[in-house]
Design a protein around this ligand. Sequence first.
Ligand code: UDP
Length: 234
Amino acid sequence: MYKRVVLKLSGEALAAGRGFGVDVTLVHSIAREIAEVNASGVEVAIVVGGGNFFRGVAEQAKEMDRVSADNMGMLATVINSLAVQDAIEKTGTHCRVMSAIQMHQVCEPYIRRRAVRHLEKGRIVIFAAGTGNPYFSTDTAASLRAMEIKADVLMKATKVDGIYSADPMLDKTATKFDEITYAEIMQRGLKVMDMTAVSLCKDNKMPMIIFNMGQSGNIRRVVQGEKIGSLVTS
Ligand code: UDP
């Protein structure tokens, strides 16, 4: 169904129940799933968050200069990217980390044409350090990279199985949207991702599928076009 995808993994998705750090077993199972999808001929680029280590807007960063705190958050995404790269390479799949903040000893710098070339050669690419700018999120980075590399779809892996009218953990009457538009997300003020990311996808007509990462096999189901999660269109 899709030829080239950008998969957004939040930092929390790598931390399992603990919410902090990297759960190695979990990372390996995610990596196996991604490698399987890649082996089936789908070009996969990944954007990893950093919330399992540090967020610029977190309570512990309240007294900090926002730019310094965001720099810490971006460095956290590099740590996660290296963990995911290592796990993917263990499956025998080639994988490159490209960082928006240059750190030559650790990974490649992000160069769009080179990223596309890696994908064409069947390598998995992980975009680290978000956009490289403070005041942004990795959701915005995922939207931006999806547009830059002309991905067919942005796949956002979450803890819930789609977009709901209210938080399904708190509100039992919340209903799930199988399909929804970016405009509707904005109107209803749904907290799917930050508004910068939503408006970027809306303006550039980038479709997005939000799905549950907890169920194994879901990444493959989404790329094969199975109707799971919520589809967001312009
Ligand atoms: N961040 C940033 N610029 C970016 C992307 C991320 O400054 O382009 C920082 C920001 O402080 C953010 C942190 O990195 O809180 C971790 O990213 P995010 O919160 O998006 O991670 P996730 O929630 O997906 O784990």
